[in-house]
Write a protein that binds this ligand. Sequence first.
Ligand code: ZN
Length: 265
Amino acid sequence: MNQITKEPSAFSIYPIPAFDDNYIWCIHNSTHAIVVDPGDAKPVIDFLQQNTLQLQAVLITHHHFDHVGGITELLGKYPNIHVYGPNNPRIKGLTHYVKEHDKISFNSPEISLSVLETPGHTLDHISYFNEALVFCGDTLFSGGCGRMFEGTPDIFYPSLKKLGQLPEHTKVYCTHEYTQANLAFASHVDPNNKTLKEYANWVTNKRANKETTLPSTISKENEINPFLRCHIPYMQNAMQIAGAQSNNELAIATFASLRKLKDEF
Ligand SMILES: [Zn+2]
């Protein structure tokens, strides 16, 4: 049983586990809930029923099956919910298309979120953020980033940069528990990063106890995530990126090398 402690007014965010390593983030108060990227309806319905919560809305970041697979069944069970996502005909069941700068507000749980377009993993990928948190799907992971399935480095890197420029205290809610594997790669390309070493130890303990390592924070990611550090000369040197290019071009080339190296790691 994924039983939660109910708070009267403020909302909490609970990671509903799905598939092997997905989290379906559930924003809820004592009566209502919003879920992000329900790839599977069953764990969501079980969680809502166990905790007597009414589903209000669904937020979708991109079209991959493990993020959208539960929409139809959830709409069948909760026909009045709003389903937000990017305008991509491959996503069935959306009721509201959203794009960069759109703002979505809910009364229960009380939360407002803005949309950030973050293509690269897929071209339709969006993130949802406010002053305290970001739901970034498969764009940014703790210690890593999503695979570049549809984008190119000059599309993906600016998306990561946008996320890295959110306020430092912003909590990072990504979709997969990939942190430990990501940190093995991060430690390989950034072996002298003391903060990374400390974080890797913390993550190893968390995973040994089968606890989630998320949410992370933007400040943590800016310190330890190699994909957010492509603008720093030592990372460019590590990837052997040099030449008479602009800073932005150097960073994009560094990102491209890192992404390729990670694919083969
Ligand atoms: Zn994906």
